[in-house]
Design a protein around this ligand. Structure first.
Ligand code: BG6
Ligand code: MG
Length: 225
């Protein structure tokens, strides 16, 4: 079976925005008297904005202190701070090997998709100068169940016109690997300690076409007629 599409997560796979999310959340949390550190921030990777806030409030023992409207206001403050920091992104902010891989995949006729739960994804792809390389970007605002639910990857497959069984997903977060696996796609994890990744690589440096093709062909051997 031929590989038909590769669907990428954004934050932590295409560019490293995790630190910018952390700085913005740390400031918003501090206003609520909650202290978070970089280790805690690991838990927020791949998690939607409001789900991240929920985890921060639980961490600070304030899970029941705010109304929905107040939560929206806190999340909006965090987002304003985060969006301001996105002006630091340029094409040089693309993680090593990613642009080369996408260009190679396109040359091979393999479709390219994005499955990010970030509502800032279009802004980030534009800042990186690679928006036009994507055949389809799933719209996070229209996906009801966030990662680890498979929804955003299924929407991306549908938008690309491919079956999940014909596609690979690339993720740096545990919730994202679970979402890919639940969708029926093959999963590639970037990082350490990711349970259940079909192929686990320590960084995007290692993510290239020969590795991806070997993983795919091993998983989907071509059977003689
Ligand atoms: C994910 C990040 O890609 O997007 C999370 O890994 C983040 O940390 C989520 O919370 C939502 O992003 P945004 O930009 O919509 O707040
Ligand atoms: Mg990510």
């Amino acid at each position: 079976m031929k590989l038909q599409a590769v669907i990428f997560d954004l934050d932590g796979v295409i560019t490293d925005t995790a630190h910018l999310h952390f700085l913005a959340w740390r400031e918003a949390a501090q206003e609520l008297g909650i202290v978070i550190d970089a280790a805690f921030n690991e838990q927020l990777k791949g998690i939607s904005r409001l789900d991240s806030l929920q985890r921060i409030l639980e961490h600070g023992g304030r899970a029941t202190d705010f109304t929905d409207a107040e939560r929206q206001a806190i999340a909006a403050r965090k987002n304003a701070c985060y969006v301001a920091s996105l002006t630091s992104l340029t094409p040089q902010s693309i993680l090593p090997g990613i642009k080369e891989l996408i260009v190679t995949l396109r040359q091979k006729g393999i479709r390219i998709g994005l499955a990010s739960v970030s509502l800032n994804a279009p802004t980030i792809l534009s800042a990186l100068g690679i928006a036009s390389l994507f055949d389809y970007c799933a719209d996070a605002s229209r996906v009801k169940h966030s990662k680890p639910a498979p929804d955003i990857f299924l929407v991306a497959c549908e938008g690309l016109g491919v079956l999940p069984q014909h596609a690979v997903g690339v993720e740096d977060a545990q919730a994202g690997i679970e979402a890919i696996n639940a969708s029926g796609m093959a999963s590639v994890g970037i990082g350490k300690d990711l349970q259940g990744a079909g192929l686990l690589l320590t960084s995007t440096h290692e993510l290239n076409w020969p590795r991806l093709a070997a993983y795919w062909n091993n998983r989907n051997p071509v059977t003689e007629a």
